[in-house]
Structures are given as C-alpha cells and as structure tokens.
Ligand binder design. Structure first.
Ligand SMILES: NC(=O)c1ccc[n+]([C@@H]2O[C@H](COP(=O)([O-])OP(=O)(O)OC[C@H]3O[C@@H](n4cnc5c(N)ncnc54)[C@H](O)[C@@H]3O)[C@@H](O)[C@H]2O)c1
Length: 306
C-alpha cells in the first residue's frame, strides 16, 4: 500500500509496532525520502498523539489509512485483551488523534468477520444482525460503529473496507504461510487444522489494494462501506493444502483434523456479495483458485529467501 501511495506522488508516514509486521517488509520503501516511519504502539494514545503531531506540524496530514490490528484470531480468543488493544484501541486512538489534529478523512481495513456466521446466505453489506463469533470480529465491528459515530459528529468522510481472506506477499500470517512453514519442518507430511472442507473466497493483495484505492476515489458517501472480495464461491482448505504440497513438497501426505472449523471463531464457509462494489465500477480479475496458486508461488519464494 505504501508503494502504491508513493507511486501516486503522495508523502507517507507509516506507523507500526512490529508485533506482527517486520522492518524487512518496508526496507525498500524506507529508501524513498517521501516515506517516513515511526515504530510505535498505536494503543498508546499519548505516544500516538506526539508522533502524529510532529508530522502534522511539518506537513499537514490529509488522511489516515488505519490498517493496524491483531491478525491472530485464535490469540484474541484465548486473551480478549489482544483484540481490545490492537484491534479496537488502535481505532479509538486513531479517531482521537485525528479529531485533535483536525484530520478529516479515514480509510479503515475492516473484515468479513463482522458478519458472524450466516451459513450459506450471501453476505451483502446490509445483512443483519451482525453478530461476530470472534473477539477480532467483535472489535472490528465496534471500530466500525465508532467510525460511524465520528462521521455523525465531526469526521468528514470515512471509507470502510470489509475484506475476507487476503493472500500474497509479504505474508505475515494465514493458512498458506502456515502450510509452507510446516512443510519446511516436516517435508513428508502436512497437518491441517480442521477437516479441510472450510470454503472461503480468497483475494490477492494486489487486487485488494486496487479495490481500496478505487473505493477511496469514487465512493462519495460520507460513510462508505464496501465488501471487497473474490467473485466466486471460493476454494476449500483441502484445495489450498494440495496446492502447497504440489508446489513445495510433492508427494507429501496431508492429514486433516476433525470438524469444519480451523479454530474457535473460524467461520467455516461463507459466500460474499460484491454487487455494491461492482455497481461502483470495480471487480476482481483473478478468481480464488488463481489467486491461491499465485500466492503459493510467492510465499514459497518469500520463505526460501528468509
Ligand atoms: N489478511 C487478511 O486476510 C485480512 C482480512 C480481513 C481484514 N484484514 C485487516 O487488514 C489489515 C492488515 O492486515 P494484514 O493481513 O496485513 O495483517 P498484518 O498482521 O500483516 O498487519 C497488521 C499490522 O498491524 C501492526 N499492529 C498490530 N497492533 C499494533 C499496535 N498496537 N500498534 C502498532 N501496530 C500494530 C502489526 O505489527 C502488523 O504489521 C488489518 O486491519 C486486518 O485486520 C486482513
């Protein structure tokens, strides 16, 4: 995202505490004088305020893209503080800092997890009730609610992107990375969480960025919220495991667990509607299967270069 912003001629300030990201992922953009970076915990309001103010005084910040969050859903289920701190408080503090500094535009990475488990009903943006089944989903939904209230009170415009499973590089987490790493440790066998029937849509990160920038440019509602996803019914975890085995360790056996959930809070199967986004004028070119095959190659290369 930073690379794309710089290519558009913007100046960018990045903030991350590297609890999951890594400095290596931003080495290249750090060479660009229009990019500045602060290592900071965004759940610490006073540190956040001081850092943002420093840049704002120098060169006024026109908008914030808030993408920081916990991305380990099981960790957030065993300890609710994780999502309170990294998923919700980072949003709360972002709004506090923006309000203090008079920054009026916010783009926010939300998730399909806000919907909860609606079984086979196609998820469109106005479906309800929204009852998330993970603390991560709950804290993202609370973040959306807070942004909505800010738009009512003072924030000029917000774009909320609800995306499902995103794949590609740099990969910091997710099933594909997990499979590749497991096979590096035990090349003869891949242990998969759940019975492999979980089925979801997958979107390649390059397409996700295209879609977010498209919505940012063309959605004019003050509170614009959009699903971003693949255009199909997705692929199964079994398919993903088979792709990783074929590319990384052909001939390895795959052992599946029990039940159709990888972990508590996992929504095993959902179908996404991207009609609203299509009506705005954007649709993905890759399907889930192609995106998975592409990401498998990229992630294997990433892991071989570590
Ligand atoms: N990857 C997906 O499939 C997916 C799906 C839906 C939504 N999202 C959302 O997209 C955004 C980006 O996700 P990602 O997949 O790139 O995950 P990621 O873990 O690679 O990126 C999130 C970043 O937030 C940082 N972070 C977490 N807590 C922080 C804190 N307190 N202070 C400062 N930095 C902090 C992490 O170090 C990490 O670099 C997140 O908001 C995530 O919830 C991702």
């Amino acid at each position: 995202m930073v690379q794309r912003m710089l290519a558009k001629g913007r100046k960018v300030v990045g903030m991350d505490n590297f609890c999951n990201g890594s400095r290596k992922n931003i080495e290249q953009v750090l060479q660009d004088p229009r990019f500045e970076f602060v290592e900071i915990d965004l759940s610490d309001l006073s540190a956040y305020r001081i850092a943002a103010e420093r840049f704002h005084i120098e060169d006024s910040i026109s908008e914030v893209w808030h993408l920081a969050a916990n991305s380990d859903i099981p960790a957030g289920i065993s300890d609710a503080n994780v999502d309170l701190r990294d998923t919700f408080m980072t949003t709360f503090n972002t709004l506090e800092v923006m309000k203090d500094l008079g920054i009026q535009h916010l783009a926010f990475a939300s998730t399909s997890a806000v919907y909860g488990d609606h079984k086979n009903i196609r998820l469109h943006e106005d479906i309800g009730p929204l009852l998330p089944i993970s603390n991560y989903g709950a804290m993202k939904l609370a973040s959306e609610a807070l942004i909505s209230a800010a738009v009512e009170a003072w924030l000029e415009q917000a774009w909320i992107f609800r995306f499902p499973n995103v794949i590609g590089v740099p990969a910091t987490h997710g099933a594909l990375l997990d499979f590749v790493r497991k096979l590096q440790e035990t090349p003869d066998n891949l242990n998969v969480l759940g019975n492999g029937t979980q089925q979801k849509g997958y979107l390649h990160v390059t397409e996700l960025i295209d879609a977010m920038l498209f919505i940012r440019e063309f959605a004019k509602d003050r509170l614009a919220y959009f699903n971003i996803g693949s255009d199909d019914d997705g692929v199964t975890v079994r398919f993903m495991a088979e792709q990783v085995v074929a590319a990384a360790s052909p001939g390895a056996t795959i052992s599946f667990g029990e039940g159709n959930k990888g972990w508590v809070g996992d929504v095993p199967r959902f179908v996404y509607s991207i009609e609203k986004l299509r009506a705005l004028g954007w649709q993905p070119a890759l399907g889930s299967a192609v995106a998975v095959k592409l990401a498998v190659r990229e992630i294997i290369e990433q892991e071989n270069c570590r």
